[in-house]
Design a protein around this ligand. Structure first.
Ligand code: FAD
Ligand code: NAD
Length: 489
């Protein structure tokens, strides 16, 4: 058994771990990056990138099928070549993974160690059976993995998660998707548009990240015009029969008991942090009820069991705060900087909360969750709301993308913009404008002072902001359409 002494040991070479490595290395040459799985990061291998590649193919098929309302007739049926679709997904995915591996190859061999790390003492990690690492500081950047209820195991090797799907050589005929969260919506809709028979089952009414009932209900109604999404499904059984998965459920609209066969069951029922495999009981850290170390979100520093700051930091999906790529990178950078400069720990920069779901229409949330805003501002009647429907929005109608609802929130009295929930066209771009405004601490009036071109989807945002301003009672209520704004604002 080899023993290594280092200043900083990092568990996990994903997006958070790589960011942490670079930041820690700016302070010390003694940094060790430990990786137990394949190099390449979750984002590039099985997450953000392959999912967006599959969605891009699905969008192409969808657009090709919907040209007629523009007076464009594409003769013949749109054919989806499942092998070619999956081939491009994997080829482009491999390219993205290759870029990550190239940058990891640039890290000196002496700074890298392969194997699974676990704590054997607060300052000691055991890596597989081959190396003991004694570290002055440790960064936990071990990511997360899919979780699902035991019931699904009846599907045997026909049970898949987002870790498996992108390895498919071709598209199956049918998939039962469980979990209308971010992954289930993105992948479920993409499979449907690629001609796969798909049903999407949820529990308790949850739909993506949406919490504002008005936006959630609108989204559920709209999605159900083209997909089968039951956000509160009664599923009576999951069984395996031959090569197929048999799902017994009560159909959403009819209340009928149906028994349907699918080629696969895709479990998209959430992810759990890999911290349960780190033997944290030997780390002496203060843990929350989920077994995740308690940490300060500005320094990423964990605490020892008596509440004192520990020489241990956490970053990325491992802490489950905001399991998104840009947050993992930011947290990794902060954790690495602080582990490197320890004991002089500094507060790092956290950005305005922003999340986007690449469904169609897209979903986005900006700022604290609606539930959090209601808790903080609802009790004192301090929460102002505004909204806009995209149904008559000019540019959205031009593009035939005029389905959607955006709700915007601000603080009474100050007029400060607080956040938004969006289900609608170009939400990925609208959400960025709003997140940037939030981070700049703009008031709704200041946002309305910004330029709005014509005709663009952002004019819908302006209508929503005017509506919000009216609720703030800081500006004129919109009694009719803005005359000077051009048609379809
Ligand atoms: C299908 C899907 C789509 C997604 N799409 C998006 C998107 O569009 N936009 C977005 O912002 N986010 C998206 N995400 C989320 C994003 O991918 C994650 O938030 C991000 O990759 C987390 O990075 P990380 O470094 O925390 O974890 P990872 O990249 O998973 O890195 C953790 C690493 O730790 C290693 N490890 C674990 N335990 C040990 C151990 N004991 N010892 C050594 N090594 C260990 C693992 O092997 C892994 O390499 C998506 C996720 C999925 C699954
Ligand atoms: N576009 C993006 O940024 C993007 C894309 C994919 C994933 N991600 C990240 O990955 C994380 C994990 O995604 P996810 O979709 O797995 O989790 P999620 O928490 O977003 O959704 C899980 C869904 O499964 C449902 N569910 C739980 N148990 C169920 C059951 N037994 N049957 C049916 N439904 C059940 C939940 O109610 C929820 O709707 C996300 O929170 C997000 O941070 C981001």
């Amino acid at each position: 058994m080899e023993t290594r002494h280092v200043d900083v040991a990092i568990i996990g070479a994903g997006s958070a771990g790589l960011g942490a490595y670079r930041a820690a290395r700016a302070h010390t040459d003694s940094v060790l990056l430990i990786e137990g799985g394949p190099y390449g990061t979750t984002c590039a291998r099985v997450g953000c990138m392959p999912s967006k590649l599959l969605i891009a193919a699905a969008e192409a098929a969808h657009q090709a099928r919907h040209t007629a309302p523009f007076g464009i007739n594409v003769t013949g049926e749109v054919q989806v070549d499942g092998r070619a679709v999956m081939d491009r997904v994997r080829r482009e995915r491999d390219r993205f993974v290759g870029l990550v591996i190239e940058s990891i190859d640039g890290i000196p061999d002496t700074d890298r160690l392969r194997g699974h790390a676990r704590f054997v003492a607060p300052d000691t990690l055991q890596v597989d059976d081959h190396t003991r690492v004694i570290a002055r500081r440790v960064i936990i950047a071990s990511g997360s993995r899919p979780k699902y209820p035991g019931l699904f195991e009846a599907a045997g090797d026909r049970l898949v998660t987002s870790d498996d799907l992108f390895e498919w050589e071709t598209l199956p005929e049918s998939v039962a998707v469980f979990g209308p969260g971010v992954i289930g919506l993105e992948l479920g809709q993409a499979l449907h548009r690629l001609g796969v028979r798909m049903r999407l089952f949820g529990v308790g009414g949850a739909l993506g990240p949406l919490q504002d009932a008005a936006v959630r209900d609108y989204a559920e109604r709209t999605l159900n015009e083209s997909l089968y999404v039951d956000t509160d499904a009664t599923v009576e059984g999951v069984d395996r029969d031959g090569d197929q998965v048999v799902v017994t459920f009560i159909e959403r609209n009819t209340g009928q008991r149906l028994i349907e066969r699918f080629d696969y069951l895709l479990a998209a029922t959430g992810r759990r942090p890999n911290t349960d495999r780190l033997a944290l009981e030997h780390a002496g850290l203060l843990l929350d009820s989920r077994g995740i170390p308690r940490f300060n979100r500005y320094t990423m520093q964990c605490r020892i069991s008596d509440g004192e700051p520990a020489p241990v930091f956490i970053a990325g999906d491992a802490d489950q705060e905001l399991p998104l790529l840009h947050e993992a990178s930011d947290e990794g950078r902060i954790a690495g900087d602080n582990a490197g400069r320890f004991p002089e720990v500094r507060v790092g920069h956290r950005r305005a909360p922003l999340s986007i779901v690449f469904s169609d229409p897209q979903m986005a949330t900006v700022g604290p969750s609606y539930a959090e805003l209601e808790t903080r501002h609802g009790g004192c009647d301090c929460l102002a709301t505004g909204e806009v429907s995209f149904e008559n929005q000019g540019r959205s109608r031009v593009m035939r993308a005029n389905r959607g609802l955006m709700r915007l929130y601000a603080e009474h009295g100050s007029g400060l913009f607080l956040g938004a929930e969006i289900f609608g066209p170009r939400a990925e771009h609208l959400a960025h404008l709003l997140a940037w405004s939030l981070q700049q601490r703009l008031t709704v009036s200041q946002m309305l002072d910004m330029p709005f071109y014509h005709p663009v989807v952002e004019e819908g945002l302006r209508t929503g902001l005017r509506n919000l301003n009216a609720d703030l009672q800081l500006g004129p209520a919109i009694l009719e359409h803005c005359m000077e704004c051009g048609p379809g604002d």
